[in-house]
Design a protein around this ligand. Structure first.
Ligand code: PRP
Length: 188
């Protein structure tokens, strides 16, 4: 067993196989923003779920410039429930947004929609604070992994159940800097 930079055990692996290249991502980000801009864009606040959303959210924000839309921005950090736990599916807020979202059109952004627990629970919490609307936007959608009924309003790419990294996504907090989405291949 190897140990990564944070001291976590890591299997021998590589991240050489590119699943979605950076040009394809850039084109899709603009298309997503075109769709989002066609909806309610007054009093818009973009809320990113950390850490994974930060790269995607930065590119989405820059793309709003083409539509002359000027969203507010904020971030949430949530507790991880751990891959083995399906007990309550409860998602706790560790670091909350500071913006007042009452009456706002919220765009909730995440890098990947997997079991659906994160976005489903977060959307409910933000709606309870009086948001006028909440739309969700994810770069990647792993439909095969869904454990709760949830669909994103805007999804960049549907992917099979591969372990993927890059463009904000990680393996033990590594590889978030890759400009593309890569598959993690594990070796003996
Ligand atoms: C990942 C991802 C989503 C969530 C999706 O976060 O960024 O927030 O899991 O999974 P779900 O649909 O099964 O809820 P992770 O806990 O790995 O934290 P990170 O964003 O800090 O990498």
């Amino acid at each position: 067993m190897n140990y990564g930079a944070g001291g976590y055990p890591m299997q021998v692996h590589d991240v050489k196989e590119i699943l979605i290249d950076k040009h394809t991502i850039a084109k899709r980000v603009d298309e997503l923003v075109d769709d989002i801009a066609a909806g309610p864009s007054g009093n818009l606040i973009v809320v990113g779920i950390l850490k994974g959303s930060f790269v995607f959210l930065a590119d989405l924000m820059r793309s709003f410039h083409r539509h002359d839309i000027h969203p507010r921005i904020d971030f949430l950090t949530l507790s991880s429930y751990g891959s083995g736990s399906t007990s309550s599916g409860e998602v706790e807020i560790i670091h909350d947004i500071r913006e007042d979202i009452s009456g706002a059109n919220v765009l909730l952004v995440d890098d990947i929609l997997d079991t659906g627990r994160t976005l489903s629970a977060t959307k409910k919490r933000l709606l309870a604070r009086g948001a006028k609307s909440i739309r969700t936007c994810v770069l990647l959608d792993k439909k095969a992994r869904r454990a709760v009924e949830f669909e994103a309003d805007h999804a960049g790419f549907s992917i099979d159940d591969h372990f993927v990294v890059g463009y904000g996504l990680d393996y033990n907090n590594l590889y978030r800097e890759l400009p593309h989405i890569a598959k993690v291949s594990f070796h003996d």
